[in-house]
Ligand binder design. Structure first.
Ligand code: ADP
Ligand code: NA
Length: 330
């Protein structure tokens, strides 16, 4: 397969993915599997950087995989697997831990944010070395590109630094990956507070459309989205962040340009936009829920898909690790 390679991972979560995850990330995964040799992982090793109940983690991992499949990730066109099924991730991470400076790791802003929230006793060493495990995830597959949101740019930078460092010290081994920040990737904001992004951790339940919301509940959230006191439907993120967010969601779900939408809603009130968007979201959520449930009702098939994915991933990862271990002197 000579198509450029991509690697991307997503953490399993107890709750379903939200519209921000889908429009900002998963939709791109689905697109990229057609043009790239894609490796996609449910990164359960990353998940235990914060405490998890064993059965809960197992459930969340299957739940994440079912949602990825329902979103259109196709195991015939990419390699979909669970990170812990491929032990080479942890093995290469150790080598990378020993090549990463303590100060260098300490500069990761995502760690600073997360550890500040959890306090030093609530912060595991695993959370600190999380970016190093991510380095191993990417380098094991010789990924040329890593599709990520802007918030991950620093982690891709350190991945590049470490690939170059290893190659410089031990000879050419790893592909130096490029961040693949999709310029037109939608950033979706909280429906109740459009000054913050839609996030599982940061917003009120009414602010997030979860992909597995009851269709009625999803519609209600869209209809009660915070807008402004004006009436004009215009894309203006400073003056009209709420309306702009609804336009972005509409545009990305339907593939209609923003300008076209502004024209369509000229002279109409926010109610018209919200009603249409509620219908659009419901039409998306309904089949998504049904497909996810089908996978969850047949865990035998789901587990078989993941086992096959792990086998494909492991063939690549084991080869990379063997070369790297040999160079290190193991
Ligand atoms: P959360 O912010 O809910 O914790 P994650 O950090 O697990 O979500 O993000 C998983 C993926 O979804 C990442 O690629 C991230 O960039 C993307 N993502 C998360 N929230 C949004 C959002 N509001 N808009 C666009 N993309 C998002
Ligand atoms: Na995030």
């Amino acid at each position: 397969d000579r198509r450029p390679r991509v690697f991307s991972g997503i953490q399993p979560t107890a709750g379903s993915f939200h519209l921000g995850n889908y429009l900002g990330a998963l939709r791109q995964w689905v697109d990229l599997q057609n043009s790239h040799d894609a490796f996609y992982a449910v990164v359960d090793l990353h998940a235990i950087t914060i405490p998890q109940e064993p059965e809960g983690l197992r459930r969340s991992t299957r739940f994440a995989a079912a949602q990825l499949l329902a979103a259109g990730v196709d195991p015939e066109r990419c390699t979909l697997f669970v990170q812990s099924h491929v032990p080479e991730h942890a093995q290469l991470a150790w080598v990378m831990n020993c090549l990463t400076g303590f100060g260098e790791a300490s500069r990761m802003t995502q760690f600073k944010d997360k550890s500040a929230r959890q306090g030093s006793d609530g912060t595991s060493v695993g959370l600190f070395t999380y970016p190093v495990l991510q380095i191993a995830d990417i380098l094991l597959y010789h990924a040329d590109r890593v599709p990520v949101g802007e918030d991950q740019r620093q982690h891709i930078e350190i991945t590049r630094d470490l690939a170059l460092r290893f190659n410089g010290r031990y000879g050419d081994t790893f592909t130096v990956p490029e961040p693949y920040i999709l310029k037109d990737t939608a950033k979706i904001y909280d429906l109740q507070d459009p000054s913050i992004k839609m996030s599982k951790s940061a917003s009120s339940p009414k602010g997030i459309v979860n992909l597995l919301d009851e269709p009625k509940a999803a519609a209600k959230k869209i209809k009660s989205a915070v807008t402004d006191t004006g009436t004009e439907i215009r894309f203006d993120e400073t003056e009209k962040p709420g309306v702009s967010n609804l336009l972005t969601i509409h545009s990305t779900l339907t593939g209609t340009g923003i300008a076209e939408l502004e024209e369509k809603y000229a002279g109409k009130g926010y109610g018209a936009l919200k009603t249409d968007l509620a219908d659009i979201v419901v039409a998306w959520v309904e089949p998504f829920r049904a497909r996810t449930q089908e996978y969850l009702d047949d865990t035998e098939t789901l587990d078989a898909i993941l086992a096959k994915g792990a086998e494909k991933a492991r063939a690549v990862a084991a080869e990379t690790l063997a070369v790297a271990y040999d160079k290190v002197g193991f």
